[in-house]
Design a protein. Structure first.
Length: 267
C-alpha cells in the first residue's frame, strides 16, 4: 500500500529524464524522488519492442525497492512502447508516462492545430503521439531524430554540430507547423538549436511541466501528496558512466547532483 511519505520513482534510458525531474521538483517541491538513468543500455529508441519492454520492467523493479508511491516513465520510447505492460504488471501503482500529457498540452497551446512531433525512431514508429493529436483534430508532422540523444549525452549542447544536425532534421518545417512537441526528454536541453532550426516563433512543448501538473492532480485525488517537506535527499542512480552523469547533470539542472557510490547494473 502506497503512503504519502513514500518517494516518487523516475526512470529514463539515460540522463534526459533529468529535465522531467527538474520540472517535477518545481511543481512538487515537498516530494522526494528516486531517479534511475539506464545509461549502460541507451539509446532505447533503436531497439525492438520486446527489448524496450524488458528494460522498462527491470527499471521499475529496481525503483520498487524504494517503496515508491508512483512511477514516472520519463522516457518517450518506454512511454510509447511499454507503458501498458507496466500498468498491467503493477495495477496498484500510479504510473504516468510523458506522451499523453504532452500531446494534450500541445493541443491546448497550438494556435492553428499544426503540430510537429520529433522523437526517437521507436517513439515515432509507435504512432502514439500522432494518434492522440489527430483525434484532437490536429494536422500532424513527425520525424525521428536519433542523433539528438547521443549529442546531448556527449554534452554537445551549444555546439555547431548540434545546430547543423537540427537544421538537417527540421529543414522545411518552418511553414508546416506552429507547435513542436519535443518528444524525447533529452531534447529540451538543446531546444535553442531546435528553435533556431524550426523557427523561433514556434511553440515548443516539453513534457516535464505537463507530466508534473497531471501527477500532482492524481496524487491529490488519491490523498498521496506529502503534507510536509522531505528531509531526505533525492537519490540518483545510473547503470554506467557515473562520472559522465555527474558532469552532464549540471547542464540539465544547473547544479551537480550526488550519486550513490555504487553503480547499479541491470545487464
Amino acid at each position: 500500500m502506497q503512503k504519502s511519505e513514500n518517494p516518487i520513482g523516475i526512470f529514463d534510458s539515460g540522463i534526459g529524464g533529468l529535465t522531467v525531474y527538474k520540472a517535477l521538483k518545481e511543481i512538487l517541491p515537498q516530494e522526494r524522488f528516486v531517479y534511475l538513468g539506464d545509461t549502460a543500455r541507451l539509446p532505447y529508441g533503436t531497439k525492438s519492442r520486446r527489448t524496450i519492454v524488458r528494460f522498462s520492467l527491470e527499471n521499475a523493479e529496481f525503483l520498487l525497492n524504494f517503496n515508491i508511491k508512483s512511477l514516472v516513465v520519463a522516457c518517450n520510447t518506454s512511454s510509447s512502447v511499454a507503458i501498458e505492460e507496466l500498468r498491467k504488471r503493477y495495477p496498484d501503482l500510479v504510473i504516468l508516462g510523458v506522451i499523453e500529457p504532452s500531446a494534450r498540452r500541445a493541443l491546448e497551446m497550438s494556435p492553428r492545430g499544426k503540430i510537429g512531433v520529433i522523437g526517437t525512431e521507436a517513439t515515432i514508429r509507435s504512432e502514439k503521439y500522432q494518434k492522440i493529436l489527430r483525434e484532437g483534430g490536429a494536422e500532424v508532422h513527425s520525424r525521428a531524430c536519433p542523433l539528438f540523444v547521443p549529442l546531448v549525452e556527449e554534452g554537445w549542447i551549444d555546439h555547431p554540430v548540434t545546430r547543423m544536425v537540427a537544421r538537417e532534421y527540421l529543414q522545411g518545417w518552418s511553414d508546416r507547423i506552429d507547435t513542436l512537441i519535443l518528444g524525447c526528454t533529452h531534447y529540451p536541453v538543446i531546444k535553442k538549436a531546435i528553435s533556431l532550426a524550426v523557427g523561433q516563433d514556434k511553440v515548443l512543448v516539453e513534457s516535464g511541466q505537463a507530466v508534473g501538473l497531471e501527477l500532482k492532480k492524481i496524487l491529490k485525488e488519491r490523498k498521496l501528496l506529502r503534507s510536509s517537506p522531505s528531509h531526505e535527499d533525492d537519490l540518483f542512480f545510473v547503470t554506467d558512466f557515473l562520472e559522465k552523469f555527474e558532469r552532464v547533470s549540471s547542464l540539465f539542472l544547473g547544479r551537480k547532483v550526488k550519486i550513490e557510490e555504487r553503480k547499479f547494473s541491470l545487464c
